[in-house]
Design a protein around this ligand. Structure first.
Ligand code: HEC
Ligand code: HEC
Ligand code: HEC
Ligand code: HEC
Length: 181
């Protein structure tokens, strides 16, 4: 019993020291998301994307697509990793109409999970958001980045001054195989 306790303690301390160096909880070894040679979806990604039915969405196909399907590959009820329910989430998988989305946040012109999140370990922002939000205490500025028409002038000015944490330049993503129909 005592040995078991010691084992647990050691494991906890090890886990703590690992997370102390990590920037966010995503895999620093990269390979949990990316597969260099054996992609399971359209991108060089090792996670099996989930293209589940998505009947509640409008303006998009009935299925979750592309990058969103990759995120949902882990963030679903079955995996139990902070599940995201596509029926109730902010619109994704659409082409923006009235919002002012900075171009580099769109992948192939499409608004997706990575329009708001940069999931890379290099991004130290709260919840991997594409800009700092004072650890979630300043969401108005975040919303103002794309919704200036709905936001107060102070937040709009603040949002304009903030640099986005994006790694691409809005170039089209290189797909490893043709998109699944
Ligand atoms: C949580 C999943 C996830 C992890 C972990 C991850 N990536 Fe990515 N990566 C993505 C997604 C999704 C894209 C495509 C969209 C984008 O660029 O944001 C991408 C795109 C890229 C690109 C293309 C350029 C770009 O940024 O658009 C490179 C290069 C890359 N990743 C390298 C890495 C490396 C190196 C690591 C480890 C340090 C890593 N990735 C970890 C999900 C991940
Ligand atoms: C390989 C599985 C995997 C994939 C794919 C993945 N994630 Fe995660 N994600 C995780 C894990 C594990 C955590 C940590 C869960 C926890 O803290 O309980 C996490 C946490 C998060 C968090 C919370 C971060 C925090 O600081 O609390 C966000 C936001 C997130 N992921 C967004 C995304 C987005 C966006 C994508 C798609 C680009 C994605 N994830 C793809 C495994 C994944
Ligand atoms: C409009 C911007 C936006 C889009 C699009 C978006 N998210 Fe988020 N997401 C957020 C914000 C803001 C938070 C932080 C909420 C908070 O903690 O107050 C968040 C939090 C999260 C978390 C952490 C939840 C938790 O309980 O800690 C995960 C996981 C996540 N998002 C995944 C996704 C996935 C997967 C997609 C695509 C299907 C997505 N997000 C699309 C803005 C967005
Ligand atoms: C990176 C850009 C971006 C950010 C940041 C963002 N949104 Fe959005 N939002 C969009 C896009 C794109 C749409 C779809 C409308 C369109 O066609 O332009 C949208 C639509 C909406 C809608 C209307 C939903 C509907 O039914 O059409 C609401 C409400 C909304 N966003 C709230 C928020 C809030 C609150 C925040 C901050 C927590 C936020 N958004 C942050 C891009 C963004």
């Amino acid at each position: 019993m005592k040995r078991l306790l010691m084992l647990c303690l050691t494991a906890c301390i090890l886990m703590l020291s690992v997370s102390a160096f990590a920037v966010g909880p995503h895999d620093m070894e990269c390979m949990e998301c990316h597969s260099t040679h054996y992609a399971k979806g359209d991108y060089a990604v090792g996670v099996k994307p989930i293209f589940s039915e998505n009947p509640a969405r409008t303006r998009v196909s009935a299925n979750i697509v592309d990058i969103d399907a990759l995120c949902i590959g882990c963030h679903n009820e079955e995996e139990g990793i902070l599940p995201v329910n596509m029926h109730t989430t902010h619109p994704t998988g659409i082409t923006p109409t009235y919002t002012k989305v900075p171009r580099q946040l769109l992948k192939d012109g499409v608004f997706s999970c990575v329009s708001c999140h940069n999931p890379h370990p290099s991004n130290a922002n709260y919840k991997y958001l594409i800009m700092p939000t004072a650890e979630g205490g300043n969401m108005g500025t975040f919303c103002a980045k794309c919704h200036p028409n709905q936001s107060d002038p102070e937040s709009v000015a603040a949002a304009q001054a903030i640099k986005l944490n994006v790694d691409g330049t809005g170039a089209p993503i290189v797909k490893v195989k043709a998109a699944a129909e």
